[in-house]
Design a protein around this ligand. Sequence first.
Ligand code: GLN
Length: 187
Amino acid sequence: MVGVLALQGNFASHIHILNKIDIESRLVKSVEDLSGLEGLILPGGESTTMSNLLLRDQNFIDRIKLFSDNKPILGTCAGLILMAKNSFDKKVLNMNIIDIEVNRNAYGRQVHSFDDSISVEYKNNEPLSIRASFIRAPKITNIGEDVEILCKYNSEIVGVKKGMHMAVTCHPELQDEVLLHKLCFKS
Ligand code: GLN
């Protein structure tokens, strides 16, 4: 069973994708909901709001970090920001699950949001093209040595992999794409 953090944001679209690939899912609203999960998704939304809600319970944050020691976490957009080492914004909680630095809202305002194809370069496989929505998306400005490139948009790095964890700056789940969920939780 894979959990989807459901404090705020587009958690429902991740539940839909997990259903599509026959993975049982559970909404995660508090620390108790983490027990027994095989993986966790941190969805998109508003990273400042999610940070505020998470910071009400330091134990919840600690347990998510502990969870990441053994189980895969997939983050999309605001989820990637929460997983990053630094987003240079005091209003945002960075859990440092993946050694990346990010710049929030780097493509501009809501009107500059767009859908396009990105390439997924998984291990030594041929790059695969999937659709994704960029909605007030962040940009990855720096990646640590042990972080692999997972997705590119033109020449930009828009997805990363660190061990079993994956994070993307955009939303493949809003385009009904299942590939990343399969790679993260089924392979
Ligand atoms: N702009 C949002 C943030 O910085 C992220 C947007 C999203 O998740 N689609 O939190």
